[in-house]
Design a protein around this ligand. Structure first.
Ligand code: SF4
Length: 240
């Protein structure tokens, strides 16, 4: 993409974020602390936009991912709100099934994701008019219809994907150009980063999602945060 086209893309994305902040109060951004989400974090915090940022602290994240919280505070002087699973639900799951029961079956894995991700996400979104994600159209072969703005009927609010039109190169161009902090795992073969026991590095040529829940059939690889008509979200790495 030429620099003129990138500048145009960036202007449109900034305008979208400004519109969310001004017209959908209160609005929240669900950050996984991954590369795309650091672009949005940078745009929101540098422009002092009224969009609250939160992250789901599942209790099973990599140390490198948790380290991003300190790096954000050092860089921007802002703290990211953390939403954690209900302690009793986690304790019951672990006591009944074991700490790593998600390896045993898809049902056990989805129940762990429900407790550690879905319930906290729903709590974080409650009471807001809109939420923001770092999803991109180019990440998905089944989401060619991903729009910048969507009606999220399940949460009864608007859902914005301001980076819908961005490529992987655009993301890294922004990060390098603006010295945005990013998760060091991205430099170690982790294009997609989730919980530590459920994420591994991938080899060149592998699907970006190959490192997520790698022991399962591809058809079941969905945590439930971004279900689209019940279809699996597939991601291809531009770098590969
Ligand atoms: S990604 Fe793994 S550890 Fe994290 S909530 Fe889902 S099953 Fe549990």
């Amino acid at each position: 993409m030429s620099s003129a086209n990138f500048d145009s893309l960036l202007s449109a994305t900034t305008a979208t974020l400004e519109r969310i902040a001004n017209e959908f109060t209160p609005a929240v951004f669900a950050s996984s602390l991954a590369a795309e989400d650091m672009v949005l974090t940078d745009l929101i915090l540098r422009n002092k936009l009224a969009i609250a940022i939160f992250s789901l602290e599942t209790g099973r994240l990599h140390a490198e991912t948790l380290g991003m919280l300190d790096r954000i505070k050092e860089t921007y002087g802002s703290e990211i709100a953390l939403f954690k699973p209900e302690a009793a639900a986690v304790e019951n799951y672990v006591a009944s099934n074991g700490l790593n029961a998600f390896y045993d079956s898809v049902e056990m894995r989805k129940e762990c994701c429900r407790i550690r991700k879905i319930e906290p996400l729903n709590r974080a979104l409650a009471g807001n008019k809109a939420w923001v994600t770092g999803q991109r159209r180019a990440q998905s072969t089944t989401r060619t219809e991903l729009n910048v703005q969507e009606d999220d009927a399940a949460h009864d609010m608007q859902k914005f994907n301001p980076l819908a039109d961005w490529s992987e190169e655009d993301v890294w161009h922004y990060i390098r150009s603006n010295n945005v902090p990013y998760n060091p795992l991205h430099d170690k073969g982790y294009p997609s980063i989730g919980c530590e026991p459920c994420t591994r590095a991938i080899q060149p040529g592998e699907d970006v999602r190959a490192g997520r829940w790698w022991w399962e059939n591809p058809e079941s690889k969905e945590c439930g945060l971004h279900v689209v008509d019940g279809k699996l979200i597939r991601i291809k790495s531009v770098a590969n």
